[in-house]
Design a protein around this ligand. Structure first.
Ligand code: HEC
Ligand code: HEC
Length: 213
């Protein structure tokens, strides 16, 4: 399934294998026949330059799906460039701990150490939200949009009370809204309640409208 959605995942595997090589070689010696757990590459204690180089290499892998200019390469992958820093850090922590479930991102987040999560959030938050390449015709705003603006702000550009939604793909927005509604994404109780109360047709209209902003 992952391979169908992300044809480039094999490239990621190769890079991941390279990062994890020293740890895996030791593990292999310790468990020649056994299972090798995912071990994030870590720098020698106190070596800041080495730590930065390792993190820089890890963050290059994110581009495989989230894009090297901030425009994702798959409609299922959200824009992370320029997203609110507090939101990015919360998501990275939750993918890391498994509170937010997604096979690829749980794996990606555990390739980062706990200490690398905050600099990763800062790195992507400081980048510019990618410019639109196509101009989708904007449908008229569904009435429920007024509720969303309370937290996601005017024009859905986000702030401290909720992440930016404007310009994420229709596919990503509808998938997340349906996951909240179905109780599959539970990392925000307000969003679960709000999405449960909105009909599937209204969710659809909201996702179409917001993706065209
Ligand atoms: C193989 C593809 C792939 C790679 C590589 C990848 N991601 Fe993701 N990422 C995704 C997908 C797909 C989602 C949406 C997950 C979902 O639907 O819950 C996502 C979601 C996210 C989110 C949540 C954004 C939001 O709006 O909620 C963050 C943050 C994120 N990724 C950061 C990263 C970072 C940092 C890296 C590199 C360490 C990375 N990703 C590597 C595919 C990928
Ligand atoms: C009470 C505040 C509040 C209201 C009202 C609200 N949201 Fe949210 N929403 C949030 C917060 C906070 C998050 C981040 C949840 C998390 O931590 O993962 C979020 C997350 C989301 C996400 C996932 C974003 C991503 O990048 O994964 C979508 C989609 C979304 N909201 C859509 C909506 C829509 C559509 C409405 C209006 C019908 C709405 N929200 C109303 C607070 C709110």
């Amino acid at each position: 399934m992952i391979n169908n959605r992300f044809p480039t995942v094999f490239g990621v595997l190769v890079v991941l294998a390279a990062w994890a090589a020293p740890a895996n070689a030791q593990e292999k010696a310790a468990n020649p026949a056994g299972h090798i757990p995912e071990v994030p590459a870590v720098a020698t204690v106190g070596n800041t330059a080495e730590a930065q180089a390792i993190l820089g290499a890890k963050l290059l892998v994110c581009n495989t799906c989230h894009g090297d200019r901030g425009a994702p390469r798959s409609v299922a992958a959200p824009i992370i460039w320029g997203l609110q820093e507090n939101y990015l850090l919360k998501q990275l922590n939750e993918f890391h701990s498994g509170v937010r479930k997604n096979d690829v991102m749980n794996w990606m987040a555990t390739a980062l150490t706990q200490a690398e999560l905050a600099p990763t959030a800062t790195y992507f938050a400081k980048k510019d939200w990618p410019a639109r390449t196509t101009n989708a015709a904007s449908p008229s705003p569904p009435s429920a949009i007024a509720v969303c603006q309370i937290c996601h702000q005017q024009n859905l550009v986000g702030g401290l009370t909720g992440p930016r939604l404007a310009g994420q793909t229709y596919q990503y927005l509808i998938a997340e809204m349906n996951r909240f509604a179905a109780g599959q994404r539970t990392n925000n109780a307000d969003m679960v309640k709000i999405m449960e109360a909105i009909s599937p047709a209204d969710r659809e209209a909201l996702a179409r409208y917001i993706s065209a902003l």
